[in-house]
Design a binder for this molecule. Sequence first.
Ligand code: MG
Length: 268
Amino acid sequence: MTCKEERMDKMAWVVFLSVSMALFGSSGCEKKAEEPIQTIPEQQWKVHDPDRPQPPVVNPGPLRAPVPAPSDAVILFEGTDLLQWEDSKGQVARWKVENGYMEVIKDTGSILTKRAFGDCQLHIEWAAPVPATGEGQDRGNSGVFLMDKYEVQVLDCYNNTTYVDGMTAAIYGQYPPLVNACLPPGEWQTYDIIFSRPRFDQEGNMIQPAHMTVFHNGILAHDNRILTGPTAHKQRPPHASHPDRLPLSLQEHGNPVRYRNVWIRELE
Ligand code: MG
């Protein structure tokens, strides 16, 4: 359609506009229906850009009891042992387990699930160390890595600021969360993550990027974000072909972060 049509009399224009909007979601004059409408505005921000604005602080409300695992979930940690986990060398996971939680032990390395997962729904609860020590990235740093590649940051951002694509619940180096829903250190917090793995063709070309939806303490932090690739420090590498299933990992970043009640539902 041409812009000439805009000169139709007023009534006809209203009808034309309504139909165009229904069909194309715009006036139809500037945009053709087949034009891609998906953009990633976040790309305008440099990785770890200090000028990227802080999201609003939202109080998630009173503490909730642990969320019970549904009957079809794979239980990854229920408070007594690390039998579902190992270290990066395939040896026994050496984090501390006591009082129903596991706790990161410095210099023991990250831990990975023995089982591998692709598309999934993950529930995990964590608590930042008490007392809070360190600033920025050095306060309660850990991380939940889907497929050992895609990190949802764990950090204590309760009265603590850092670059927003590296704050609590950020998809590290890519997207800040929509809100800062942090509870004080020591209180149990939840992540509920819906993850869609990237798809690759036979030649290893990416045909669909990874997607993630994240709730932090029950509040939406990411609504079906399209990942730019694996998460990384100071860079945004593109997607690179990898297996359909890989372990979930939890990061050892030197801080005694605690985790409990970890379960996952496979969606494939
Ligand atoms: Mg981290």
